[in-house]
Design a protein. Structure first.
Length: 223
């Protein structure tokens, strides 16, 4: 018996139950199903162009940079331009996400590597599951398509997100994650990224890249 099982067994014993009573289980399920929804800020209750504009403002306020493109085919050139403009090496690591691998990277001079980062990569590109306009956050789900190491180890993280996947509030994105993966199939990790990594010492000196990327560049694909 694991420590968890032992703790739960002690609780059931103190309550005088076994844990498999049909009525008790149904009461618990009904309570979960009828759980009241939390308050959603008015800022997140917007749509269309207003939502995209808010996402950009909030992301930039968090020190990310944002570029919008009209199609996925434009992403490689935008990424190459970002690296060139910041005097960064023309190297890029990505996972197995077919939305990324299907883009015309061969039209650039970038050297592409695939798979999780081992800590030696300067630049990485990932595709977000979605975005949240109220805070300018990107929602990343773990897996070989977009390894979580790319969220933390490279100095420069470029994140592609589809405009249609940018929601107004957190709750909407969580519902989409649950719907996409289903009960028992949730990703091991869901990371919420809001701008580059930062930390401030006691004198409030801001340090970027403290425990993650120094730069986060977001590419919003409108198609």
């Amino acid at each position: 018996m694991s420590a968890r099982d032992e703790i739960l067994a002690n609780i059931r014993r103190s309550l005088g139950v076994k844990g498999n009573e049909t009525i008790r289980r149904q009461i618990a399920m009904d309570r979960l199903e009828r759980a009241p929804k939390g308050v959603i800020p008015a800022r997140g209750q917007i749509s269309g162009e207003e939502r995209l504009a808010l996402f950009r403002r909030q992301a930039e306020a968090a020190l990310a940079t944002v570029t919008e493109v009209s199609s996925a085919a434009e992403v490689p050139q935008v990424v190459a331009g970002f690296l060139r403009d910041h005097n960064l090496p023309a190297t890029l690591r990505m996972g197995q996400d077919q939305r990324l691998t299907g883009m015309p990277w061969s039209e650039t001079s970038l050297e592409i590597s695939q798979g999780p980062s081992q800590g030696g990569d300067i630049n990485a590109v990932s595709h977000a599951f979605g975005g949240v306009a109220e805070t300018g956050s990107l929602v990343m789900v773990s897996g070989p398509e977009n390894p979580s190491t790319l969220n933390f180890l490279p100095d420069n993280h470029i994140i592609v997100v589809s405009a249609k996947d940018i929601a107004g509030d957190y709750e909407t994105v969580w519902n989409k994650v649950r719907f996409a993966f289903g009960k028992g199939g949730m990703p091991r990790t869901v990371n919420w990224i809001t701008g580059p990594s930062r930390s401030g010492d006691i004198e409030q000196t801001l340090l970027l890249g403290a425990h993650g990327p120094r730069r986060v560049h977001v590419v919003v694909v409108r198609d």
